[in-house]
Design a protein around this ligand. Structure first.
Ligand SMILES: C[S@@+](CC[C@H](N)C(=O)[O-])C[C@H]1O[C@@H](n2cnc3c(N)ncnc32)[C@H](O)[C@@H]1O
Length: 410
């Protein structure tokens, strides 16, 4: 079975995470960046449109969101898929959406992008790049997409496959240790990675990695590669970025990063909010998958058990997002309060939206903007900060302590 067919058979917990982000963030983008101009949602690696059980994939989600905002925003969807069988399915699925303004294109994004970009001229562009493995060449991402001509906002949500970079780096180490050349197929994969990352600089990060089996160090090296890659893009495209590591389930190595590149602090702020809400859906998804597996195992192994699996284990669908938030919000808010106090001590007054990694440290992908607001309100009640946490723009205002704070010495 091809990777693609396998992928679209059943949606995994890590895909629930990205789709839960896509169910939220593009709506905010269209509302904010689309004031006074049209909007384009580009899904460059669209896939089949939906999973075999009918669960919507990314292009369907984007089309649904575009329709949702259609009373106040004019949004056009552009969906690209290279694999012909997936493209045929995608076309069929998207035709049922009744959105004649959308374009469904079969082919390689790399080749099609120069023809797509003129269509997006003057429109606020949100591009979702979600390949298997590595994505668009760095040059194209920066020069053609992020630095496209005109002043309309451009944002890119990029999937960086940590498992792919880790695997390739580990393989390179192994072959060098063995003194063996790479196979033709491996040469091709490494050349692709070099184009995606913009050179072979990334290979040096794998020096401490023992080989393909040294997964922890290979993952750390891949994360360091992703951090350097993002810093380079930020510099070359004069933008900001925020990234969320996505795991299969808690305490596992991250499979991939979802990175938002944007020029607006509001982009980062609302992305962090969407990531927090998405993380709760992911909690339900991995827990549900675990319970289903546990039930299957119990039924297979112990047919004579005194209690049936159904009596022993909660139903997979029993996870309730609202009660999960209720149970955790006090501790999330406490952690955010501590983070804010630490930031004030370390660097003095700061703007929340500029320091999101530190503000959300320990609760990123769980807490959302309302918990940051609650933390500011609580710090105000405790006479720690002057800010009240009231108003739409509290995330853009300088957080000022009530009493001068002695800075921590370096
Ligand atoms: C991870 S899947 C996409 C899943 C989809 N974004 C979703 O969330 O439902 C990646 C897809 O990208 C397609 N693809 C790979 N390379 C491509 C390229 N260069 N141009 C366009 N599509 C490509 C693959 O055929 C595959 O269907």
């Amino acid at each position: 079975m091809s990777a693609s067919r396998d992928f679209f058979r059943e949606r995994k917990a890590q895909a629930v995470f990205k789709h839960a982000i896509l169910s939220r963030y593009p709506v905010v983008f269209a509302s904010k960046a689309g004031r006074g101009r049209p909007v384009v949602f580009l899904d460059g690696y669209a896939g089949r449109g939906e999973y075999e059980d009918g669960t919507p994939g990314s292009p369907l989600l984007l089309a649904q969101k575009a329709t949702r905002v259609s009373s106040f925003r004019q949004v056009r969807g552009i969906y690209v898929e290279r694999n012909d069988e997936d493209y045929q399915n995608l076309k069929r699925v998207m035709e049922q959406q009744g959105r004649p303004q959308d374009l469904v294109l079969g082919g390689d994004l790399q080749n099609l992008l120069p023809d797509i970009l003129p269509v997006t001229r003057g429109a606020a562009l949100f591009a979702f790049l979600d390949p298997f493995g590595t994505a668009l060449d760095r040059n194209q991402l920066v020069r053609q997409l992020l630095n496209r001509p005109g002043s309309a906002p451009t944002e890119v949500l990029l999937h960086i496959s940590i498992s792919t970079v880790a695997r390739m780096g580990g393989l390179l180490r192994k072959r060098r240790e063995e003194g063996k050349p790479l196979s033709v197929a491996d040469e091709k994969t490494v050349a692709h990675a070099n184009r995606f990352l913009g050179g072979d600089w990334w290979q040096k990060h794998f020096a401490p990695v023992a080989g393909v089996k040294d997964q922890r160090r290979a993952t750390d090296a891949a994360l360091a590669v992703a951090a350097e890659y993002q810093a380079g893009i930020r510099a070359d495209a004069r933008c900001k970025s925020l990234s969320m590591p996505i795991q299969h389930k808690p305490n596992q190595l991250p499979k991939y990063l979802l990175v938002l590149f944007t020029r607006h602090v509001d982009g980062l702020w609302w992305f962090a909010d969407a990531v927090g809400k998405a993380g709760r859906e992911w909690e339900g998804a991995w827990l549900g998958a675990e319970l289903r597996q546990a039930k299957t195992r119990a039924e297979r192994n112990d047919t004579d058990a005194l209690f049936t699996a159904d009596e022993l284990l909660p139903a997979p669908e029993a996870f309730d997002v609202d009660s999960y938030v209720q149970q955790n919000r006090a501790s999330w808010e406490r952690i955010i309060e501590q983070n804010i106090q630490r930031l004030l001590t370390q660097s003095g007054p700061f703007v929340l939206a500029d320091r999101l990694e530190e503000v959300y440290a320990g609760v990123f992908g769980a807490a959302s903007s309302r918990h940051v607001r609650a933390a500011i309100k609580s710090l105000h009640r405790q006479h720690v900060v002057q800010n009240t946490g009231v108003g739409d723009n509290f995330h853009r205002q300088l957080i000022i302590p009530v009493r001068p704070i002695t800075r921590a010495s370096a």
